[in-house]
Design a protein around this ligand. Structure first.
Ligand code: NAP
Length: 497
């Protein structure tokens, strides 16, 4: 209860994906019990609940793509299929008993800080307003699917399916099918679509670097070993964690000194292409002209091979318009199609930073403030002017290739911050302007050596860059150093009262 007699909960968490589940586990461990997790979907799992297109699999080794405190010995393969990730989310939520906090089919419309009551007032789509001492937005970077603004798309008479809203009841067997988009999703989907469609036209605007995927199944005996001797899986995890971390550190953040590694990765991708595609012109079209690392590269053993099939056509002429029965390219040719698949990604900038309207102290609007003052967040989590607020998908929050790297360092940050509040018997925290500015300066300086600033990225059309040409999504350090930093940040960086 507040001084005004308001009923309020301890914490409201927005999003029941791995970030929200992690935040709830952390708060629960600290003794907060009055927690509500809201999610607009009808079940938990976030990205792994929403995405269920054919071919969906994690493209980071599963030993690394999991909570550090909850290894899963039962992954069927090194790169587990999507449904195993969804099951893992359910298993963790049940084991740590955080499902009891969850409310589904609930969309947050806005959140406003009430300075007098020192509470967040959060309005949801039913019209209800929830009052919470702490607000944690854990919606992720990739939660707003993007439908391309192509002229005529609304006139298409066939079936349109977005990869992030897969329609299991629609069969493309024997159909003329087109797919727009060759990002990580397209690379996983295209080989699967080619298995069913009579004809598959792939509309590529920007090619992607694709490396071979060294994947293998875990034999039942290995899974039993991992279950019985967790240390054995820890060793494998240490190897996959270290490999991912070192590769990302030197290829992306220390590009200035290790360009050779990026060139070697591009050479491996070209060799991989050469081994399966004989047509020189096709290879040229599939080869990016930007540096490896400017845009998210991916892994696949079947992607390039798919283009060698006679019923698969790569179309690079650019789309002029969509008509009721097909797609017309800029050079005037039309492909007639029955089904159009959109693997066109997510709106990372406009609709997602932040994912909901957040109004802090003195009416400061987070989205507006970021756009007027550069994207910034202390330790990728907290923002001055926004007391008792943590936003997991903030500028500089993304570290490492596995989302669990971000989840881990943020849970450790929460552990220290909320632990300190409890030690002092305090109720509110707010990062200081000075600490935030210092963090931003450090991130800006570290980016100086990165592929984003030193590489040739102009043609990459990478969603890692914003409209001003800045790339403030990633924390340009190793995941390990981000985790360690959470034991060291000065508590005086927060005003705690
Ligand atoms: P994406 O990387 O943003 O790719 C979207 C694709 O759609 C791009 O090829 C883009 O072309 C194309 N596109 C968008 N609008 C278009 C238009 N109007 N006309 C023609 N082409 C258009 O999205 P994504 O493939 O969904 O991947 C997003 C992220 O999800 C990945 O970076 C990754 O982080 C994550 N992901 C992870 C996994 C996993 O296994 N863990 C799997 C899938 C996705 P341009 O490049 O020219 O813009």
């Amino acid at each position: 209860m507040t001084a005004h007699g308001d009923h309020h909960i301890d914490a409201l968490i927005v999003g029941a994906g791995f970030g929200g589940i992690g935040a709830a586990i952390q708060l629960d461990r600290l003794g907060y019990r009055d927690i509500v997790i809201v999610d607009r979907e009808d079940d938990l799992g976030g990205t792994w609940h929403v995405n269920r297109y054919p071919g969906l699999a994690v493209d980071v080794p599963s030993t690394t793509y999991s909570y550090w405190f909850e290894p899963n010995p039962y992954w069927s393969r090194l790169y587990a299929p999507g449904e195993e990730l969804k099951r893992y989310a359910e298993l963790v939520a049940d084991k740590y008993d955080v499902r009891r906090f969850m409310r589904f089919n609930t969309t947050v419309e806005s959140a406003r800080w009430d300075d007098e009551a020192e509470l967040w007032r959060v309005t949801v789509d039913s019209g209800e307003t929830l009052s919470a001492r702490y607000l944690i937005v854990a919606t992720g970077f990739l939660c707003q699917p993007r439908t391309p603004d192509i002229p005529g798309i609304e006139s298409f008479a066939g079936c349109i399916i977005h990869a992030a809203d897969w329609d299991d009841s629609h069969s493309i067997a024997g159909q003329r099918t087109a797919i727009i988009g060759t990002g990580s999703t397209g690379v996983q989907l295209i080989p699967e679509l080619a298995k069913e469609a009579a004809e598959l036209i792939v509309y590529q605007r920007t090619p992607i670097w694709v490396l071979p995927k060294i994947d293998f199944g875990f034999a039942p005996s290995v899974r039993r070993l991992f279950a019985k001797v967790p240390a054995a899986q820890r060793v494998v995890r240490w190897m996959t964690d270290t490999t991912m971390d070192v590769v990302m550190l030197i290829a992306m953040w220390k590009f200035r000194y290790f360009k050779g590694l990026n060139r070697a990765a591009s050479a491996v991708a070209k060799l991989h292409q050469f081994s399966v595609i004989r047509d020189k012109e096709l290879r040229r079209k599939l080869t990016p002209d930007y540096d490896y690392g400017c845009k998210r590269p991916t892994l696949s053993n079947s992607y390039y091979r798919t283009f060698a099939q006679p019923h698969v056509c790569l179309e690079t002429a650019g789309i002029d318009r969509i008509e009721p029965d097909g797609i017309v390219t800029l050079d005037g040719r039309e492909h007639r199609i029955d089904t159009l698949v959109l693997a066109t990604g997510f709106d990372v900038w406009e609709a997602n930073l932040p994912a909901i309207e957040v109004i802090g102290r003195d009416g400061r609007n987070l989205g507006k403030w970021w756009r007027e003052n550069r994207f910034q967040a202390y330790e990728g989590l907290s923002v001055p002017g926004f007391p008792n607020f943590l936003n997991s998908a903030s500028p500089y929050a993304w570290v490492g290739l596995s989302w669990f790297n971000t989840v881990e360092y943020q849970m450790r940050h929460m552990n220290r911050l909320f632990g300190e509040l409890q030690r002092r018997g305090a109720q509110t925290f707010e990062v200081t302007e000075e600490a935030n500015a210092r963090f931003l300066d450090r991130m800006t300086e570290l980016l100086e050596d990165s592929v984003f600033l030193r590489g040739s990225c102009a043609t990459s059309r990478s969603y890692w860059f914003n409209h001003s040409g800045e790339a403030p999504l990633f924390r340009p350090t190793s995941a390990r150093s981000a985790v360690k930093a959470q034991d060291r940040f000065p508590m005086s960086d927060y005003a705690i009262a």
